[in-house]
Design a protein. Structure first.
Length: 371
């Protein structure tokens, strides 16, 4: 096996003397102290997680006890979508050590919540925390925007004719993202075909045992057990397999559709200079490469609550180790401070986000030099 070469070092301009960074951290600390809070999850956040976990289990039990194909499919697909909502509200924060103060509790939570979703959380955490958060929208470093035959996501990537239509077919790509990651992307990582595996804590046979154990656990929970129990009700393996992929695709499409545009809408993309540097500090980079969006009208603000704060995506990138329960307050601080330091804070409605996303996909779908 030919090893994947490691990426050369990439450096931002130093941020230690940044007046914005200093004032932002001071204001965030004042907010915490004034409210008598900490940056981790609280009882209300834990109660939401318990509610989603109980709902996921209840839908799973309902699916296993279905006496007809239609009842099974509805319950089962709803279970997988709810499992994704649970992951959005817990796994994501736990990957940033923002649910519990104790590290091993975060790691246990990640593993348990990921079981019905199917992704290898060791590799996903490396991709998300080490590569995406550090190098958002940097060509060759942000693995979320790496070149592929289906989407052209940066102006530095090669163009192909199919990209002309990516603004139309991107929901299909979004729907297939989770099955792709589960059944192809994770295996590329495990076989060392990407830069991810080199950063894993679990190397050698320990890594393989962990990887295969959790993959088999996922298959046993969401496929083998339902197939075995439901055959007595005349529900064949094909129905279970079809419902599995339908649930994964629906959960994936909803998640990707609601957050992907935050790194596409009116943002910038970068290539490192010859000396491996970028011309700005990391805090400036975050404003250049992400935005927040909030549901409008205000009557829909509950949607952000169930998204685990991922709609406030710029805020999340600036405060990744803070639990999402703090994002609304932090977003208000960011919106106040950014203009004082020459930074543009963008908070869009979802309609604006979607329109900007479509404009971006159309622009990236045109041949280079086309006007």
């Amino acid at each position: 096996m030919t090893p994947v070469p490691s990426l050369p070092p990439l450096r931002f301009q130093p941020a230690r003397d940044s007046a914005f960074r200093r004032e932002l951290r001071e204001r965030a600390d004042v907010y915490l102290a004034g409210a008598g809070k900490h940056r981790f999850g609280d009882a209300r956040m834990h109660a939401k997680a318990v509610f989603l976990a109980v709902l996921t289990v209840a839908l799973y039990v309902l699916a296993l006890n279905a006496d007809g194909a239609s009842g099974f499919v509805v319950s089962y697909v709803a279970c997988l979508v709810t499992a994704m909502a649970l992951a959005m509200n817990t796994l994501h924060d736990a990957a940033h050590s923002a649910v519990f103060r104790t590290g091993w509790l975060n790691r246990v939570l990640i593993r348990l919540v990921s079981l019905p979703v199917g992704v290898d959380t060791d590799f996903w955490t490396i991709r998300h925390v080490h590569f995406h958060h550090t190098y958002a929208n940097v060509e060759g470093y942000d693995l979320d925007t790496e070149p592929n035959p289906f989407l052209r996501q940066t102006p530095y990537q090669r163009w192909s004719p199919q990209y002309r239509y990516q603004y139309l077919y991107w929901p299909v790509v979004a729907a297939l993202s989770l099955p792709y990651l589960n059944w192809y992307g994770d295996w590329l990582d495990r076989f060392g075909k990407t830069p991810v595996a080199a950063h894993s804590r679990l190397q050698g046979w320990r890594g393989w045992l962990s990887f295969l154990g959790w993959k088999l656990g996922h298959v046993a929970l969401v496929l083998a057990l339902p197939m075995w129990l439901l055959q007595q009700h005349g529900i064949g393996w094909g129905v279970v397999l079809g419902a599995y992929f339908l649930g994964q695709m629906l959960a994936s499409c909803v998640l990707v559709a609601l957050i992907l545009g935050t790194h596409w809408a009116e943002v910038d993309f970068f290539q490192p200079g010859p000396d491996g540097t970028l011309p700005h500090d990391w805090y400036q980079h975050t404003f250049y490469t992400a935005c927040d969006w909030t549901p409008r009208p205000r009557a829909l603000r509950w949607l952000g609550y169930w998204l685990g704060g991922l709609n406030l995506h710029l805020t999340h990138h600036l405060f990744p180790t803070w639990n999402h329960r703090h994002y609304p307050a932090l977003a208000r601080i960011i919106a106040e401070l950014a203009p004082r330091h020459g930074l543009v804070y963008r908070e869009l409605g979802y309609g604006q986000l979607h329109a900007s996303q479509q404009a971006f996909l159309r622009a990236m779908g045109q041949p280079p030099g086309h006007t």
